[in-house]
Design a protein around this ligand. Structure first.
Ligand code: ZN
Length: 173
C-alpha cells in the first residue's frame, strides 16, 4: 500500500497517486493488448485489431478515467473544505482512496461524498449526449451505485442525513 499525507496536495502528488494505482492490472492488461495486437497483425485479422482497440479504449477511458475522476471529485471538495488540516491519499493494488484530517462539517462531508459519484454522473450524461455510440457513458453512470450505503460514499451520505434529521427532531422537542 502507498500512502501520502499532505497539507496541500499538488499536481505531482496527484499524478503519483492516480497513475500508479492498480499498476499490476495495467501491466497485465497492456501485455494482453500487445500480444493480441501482434496476433491480429500477423494473421491480418482486422476484426481482432478493432476489438482490441475498443477494449483498450474502454479500459483506459472508461474504467481507469472514471475511477480517477471519482476520487478527484472527493479530493476537490475536501481540499477546499474549511477545518481540514491535511489530506491522505492512498492506493493499494486494487483501489484508491482519499481521507481528510481535521474537523469537517456535516455539509462538507455530504458534498465530498456526493462529489465522487456526482462528477462521474455528470461526465456520464455528457458522454451519453455527445458520443453515445462509444458506450463509455456506462462506466461513468455506473458510479451511482457507490451511493448505496454498503459503500463508503453511501454510508457517509446516510449518516449525515440521519444526524441532520436527529438534530431537527431534537430542536422540535
Ligand atoms: Zn467515492
Amino acid at each position: 500500500m502507498w500512502s501520502a499525507r499532505a497539507e496541500r496536495v499538488g499536481a505531482g502528488l496527484i499524478c503519483r497517486w492516480l497513475l500508479l494505482a492498480a499498476w499490476p492490472l495495467h501491466l497485465g492488461f497492456g501485455a494482453l493488448v500487445v500480444a493480441t495486437g501482434a496476433l491480429a497483425a500477423v494473421t491480418e485479422q482486422t476484426g481482432i485489431a478493432d476489438a482490441v482497440a475498443a477494449l483498450a479504449a474502454h479500459y483506459v477511458l472508461g474504467l481507469c478515467c472514471s475511477f480517477g475522476l471519482h476520487e478527484l471529485g472527493h479530493l476537490l471538495v475536501l481540499s477546499r473544505a474549511r477545518g481540514i488540516t491535511a489530506i491522505t491519499l492512498e492506493r493499494t493494488l486494487w483501489r484508491l482512496s482519499v481521507s481528510a484530517h481535521g474537523r469537517i462539517s456535516g455539509r462538507a462531508a455530504l458534498l465530498a461524498a456526493l462529489a465522487g459519484p456526482g462528477s462521474c454522473a455528470v461526465a456520464g450524461i455528457a458522454l451519453l449526449m455527445l458520443i453515445p455510440q462509444s458506450h463509455l457513458h456506462f462506466w461513468y453512470l455506473a458510479h451511482a451505485v457507490f451511493l448505496v450505503p454498503v459503500f463508503g460514499d453511501g454510508r457517509t451520505v446516510l449518516s449525515v442525513v440521519l444526524s441532520r434529521r436527529r438534530q431537527i427532531q431534537s430542536h422540535a422537542e
